[in-house]
Design a protein around this ligand. Structure first.
Ligand code: UFG
Length: 334
């Protein structure tokens, strides 16, 4: 197994995964339609990895274009990132999400079946758990009705993959990815006003936003703010490489879901305090009302990842928040 098609390979998680693939002697073949990233990421990836990369500007819903790539390269496995991921936007524009995320997956799987490619790692999310009955949440927990059309596309995506018996699938349910590559050459690219906590923190620290609002302080948690399991994107990228090894070593596998988190929950205030301490910065923030649709607390039982993939998170919250800030600083010069 060598040639790995990486859909959405120039995006936030995709780009970090490309780096880890090359480190582990895989050959990534990237497709990305640049809908939520920019072409400069390709050059930066080539600079980090010191290699020339195969890249195609292709929409995941374009079957004939996908077929051309599968004809040109002997694809051994696919890592499928290409999808829309903004929770709020998905509520406003549900069809945009159903069309891109579901049609994109169907088109990809149809092409894989035609070219007899069965190995796939799917980009799923802890959002499939909805508000879990308890945390840490494990993979056997019932998936409740998702809070958004985005979350539903991940649930439906997993159902489709499970129904396609020709596949050997590992579906990775990510918790909250943050941080950036230590080179500060790649990270999460801001697109307008950030929805997510850490990009909002770094932009506030950089003076791009005036103030961070903490969404609610009356939750049933230790300081009243929501709890999440934040995971370093470099650790997350590594989980994809380990998922490929699992697929290789378990050719009879059909469908396996695996949580990718640290197993530790942190409140919003703990994130703010750690960011301030690690980076020696005072952050302008205040407490505001709850954000509709937010889950109160969720963190991973990550023991299955250790058992099945031999994977566990290596990087702690300090490293996550230091790298996020370094990336924000580096962005000024990009
Ligand atoms: N938060 C604030 N202020 C902000 C932004 C966020 O207090 O300005 C709080 C939220 O209320 C939440 C926590 O910070 O308690 C984390 O919020 P994020 O928006 O960063 O992430 P979510 O936990 O809401 O997760 C969502 C989706 C996931 C998706 C993830 C990353 O539910 O499926 O964003 O895109 F993976």
């Amino acid at each position: 197994m060598r040639n790995i098609l990486v859909t959405g390979g120039l995006g936030y998680i995709g780009s970090h995964t490309v780096v880890e693939l090359i480190k582990n002697n895989y050959t990534p073949i990237i497709i990305d339609n640049l809908s939520n990233t920019e072409i400069a990421v390709l050059e930066r990836l080539e600079s980090i990895t010191n290699s020339k990369l195969d890249y195609y500007n292709i929409d995941i819903c374009n079957g004939p274009a996908l077929s051309e790539v599968f004809s040109k390269h002997q694809i051994d496995a696919v890592i499928h990132f290409a999808a829309f991921k903004a929770v709020g936007e998905s509520v406003e524009k549900p069809l945009k999400y159903y069309i891109n995320n579901i049609n994109g997956l169907n088109t990809l799987l149809d092409t894989m079946e035609t070219f007899k490619v069965k190995n796939i790692v799917f980009s799923s999310s802890c959002t499939v758990y909805g508000e879990p009955d308890s945390s840490p949440v494990n993979e056997a927990a019932v998936t409740k009705k998702a809070n958004s059309p985005y979350g539903r596309t991940k649930q439906i995506g997993e159902d489709i993959l499970q129904d396609c018996k020709f596949l050997n699938t590992v579906s990775l349910r990510y918790f909250n990815p943050i941080g950036a590559h230590p080179s500060s050459k790649i990270g999460e690219l801001p697109l307008g006003v950030p929805n997510n906590l850490v990009p909002f923190i770094t932009q506030t620290a950089a003076g791009i936003r005036e103030k961070l609002t903490v969404f609610g302080s009356d939750y049933n948690t230790k300081d009243g703010t929501c709890v999440r399991d934040y995971i370093h994107v470099v650790d997350l990228a590594d989980a994809h490489v380990k998922a490929l090894t699992f697929i290789k070593e378990n050719p009879e596998n059909k469908f396996e879901v695996i949580n990718i988190g640290t197993g530790n929950g942190f409140t919003v205030l703990e994130i703010i305090n750690t960011f301030e301490k690690v980076n020696n910065i005072k952050l302008n923030y205040s407490i505001g009302p709850r954000r509709p649709g937010d889950v109160e607390k969720v963190w991973a039982d990550a023991s299955k990842a250790k058992l099945k993939l031999g994977w566990e998170a290596q990087l702690d919250l300090n490293e996550m928040l230091a790298s996020s800030w370094n990336w924000q600083l580096a962005l000024k010069n990009k």
